[in-house]
Design a protein around this ligand. Structure first.
Ligand code: PLP
Length: 414
């Protein structure tokens, strides 16, 4: 990567605690503006009577990718509300900059395009990754070539045209962990991207361990309420400038309303995440002691996700939950459960899925903010359920087995 960084002002944040940054970062100017809540700027265009001045600003953006001084010209270049979220997330991750996108996948796409535009199309990646990330890398949609390896194989897999190494830790959906510092060492001068969606900056800040690029599906914990989709990349200003150019050219911008909701979500992120993590740790302890469960996956790092393998039919558990919502995604205030082999990782080739530990009996639960006793009661009744399928009003055919499935007649428990 090249020169632009020398012009970048140092943005090392003052030493404020994460919980303080979460509620103040991106809002520092509000009191002086006479405001308390951040304003939402929905403009798609910005008037200017000075076209010569605009031409210069556009040239500056096109050559450096640095943020414009003054209004954005057009909403595909930048947005002040979204910029507040970017500022705040960069502070939480301890990076100079962050660039927000319409979704986590739009963010990953921009990273891959930014590297490919430098002639670096080869990616080294460690499975498992989120199913669609795996698909984007492997399907060749962006002309990316991927070498899959384990953490120990990274340095051998790196080639002269390798532009990126990608890991997810804890990984979706097995919660497998990689040692970021060791992996960063193996990467040498190739940038390491860590998908930090599952840990959030509350648990881990990958740049402190040598990662160059941190990716989030902001749809998950950052938003935190299951009602906003977004993605964000936290990184140094040099790479951020490149990402802004890609975002401008390809259009995967975050809507300002989503930027507002994500900034609002960050304020409660530490409190939400710690509360949900405490419940997840307790559920993982109880599941580990439960004879109906073959194996529990819970990260040493902690977190609010628990995955587990059942002896019985996983589809029946999904069909039987009452309080927990049977749905893909994670990081909402309410608890969600899904069957990765059917949904989140369906798009991954079955052999690759199995080989990376995503077996057919694995269930992934995103623990929310309900009382842990109520969650446990719901899980227990679902695990014991002999009712094969709940009647669900849906236009789609149910994936789960019908009441005639052979093992529905066996007692599900013990
Ligand atoms: C959901 C998810 C993504 C993709 O994010 P979207 O916002 O759904 O596009 C990427 N990585 C991980 C770990 C995820 O869980």
């Amino acid at each position: 990567m090249d020169s632009a960084s020398s012009k970048t002002p140092s943005t090392t944040p003052p030493p404020r605690a994460l919980a303080t940054e979460a509620v103040h970062a991106g809002r520092d100017d509000l009191a002086a503006l006479g405001l308390h809540a951040p304003p939402i700027d929905l403009s798609t265009t910005y008037p200017s009577y000075d076209s010569r001045g605009e031409a210069q600003r556009i040239d500056a953006f096109a050559t450096t990718g640095a943020r414009l001084d003054g209004p954005p010209v057009y909403a595909r270049l930048d947005n002040p509300t979204t910029a507040r979220f970017e500022t705040a997330l960069a502070r939480l991750e301890g990076t100079a900059s962050a660039v927000a996108f319409a979704s986590g996948m739009a963010a990953l796409t921009a990273v891959l395009l930014a590297r490919a535009s430098m002639g670096l199309r080869h990616v080294v990646a460690v499975r498992p990754l989120y199913g669609c990330s795996d698909h984007l890398l492997g399907a060749g949609l962006l002309g990316t070539e991927v070498t899959w390896t384990d953490p120990a194989g990274i340095s051998d897999a790196i080639r002269p045209d390798t532009g990126l190494v990608i890991v997810e830790t804890p990984a979706n959906p097995t919660l497998a962990e990689v040692d970021i510092r060791a992996v960063a060492h193996s990467c040498g001068s190739v940038p390491l991207l860590v998908d930090n969606t599952f840990a959030t900056p509350v648990l881990q800040r990958p740049v402190e361990h040598g990662a160059r690029i941190v990716l989030h599906s902001a749809t998950k914990y950052l938003g935190g309420h299951g009602d906003v989709m977004g993605g964000v990349v936290a990184c140094d200003e040099e790479f951020a400038a490149r990402l802004r150019q890609v975002r401008f050219a390809t259009g995967g911008v975050l809507h300002p309303m989503a930027g507002y909701l994500l900034l609002r979500g960050l304020a409660t992120l530490p409190v939400r995440f710690r509360a949900a993590s405490a419940s997840a740790a307790e559920l993982s302890r109880r599941l580990s002691a439960d004879p109906r469960i073959a194996r529990v996956h819970y990260p040493e790092l902690g977190g609010a996700m628990v995955s587990f393998e059942v002896y019985g039919d996983p589809h029946r558990v999904i069909a039987a939950v009452r309080l927990i919502t049977p749905a893909v995604s994670l990081g909402s205030v309410d608890s969600l459960i899904q069957h990765p082999a059917s949904i989140s990782h369906r798009i991954v080739d079955e052999g690759d899925r199995q080989a990376s530990g995503v077996g057919d009996r694995l269930l992934r639960m995103s623990v929310g903010l309900e009382d842990v006793e109520d969650l446990w009661a719901d899980l227990c009744q679902a695990l014991s359920s002999e009712e094969p399928v709940r009647q669900v009003v849906s236009a789609r055919p149910a994936r789960t087995g019908a009441g005639t499935a052979p093992d529905s007649r066996r007692p599900a428990g013990r």
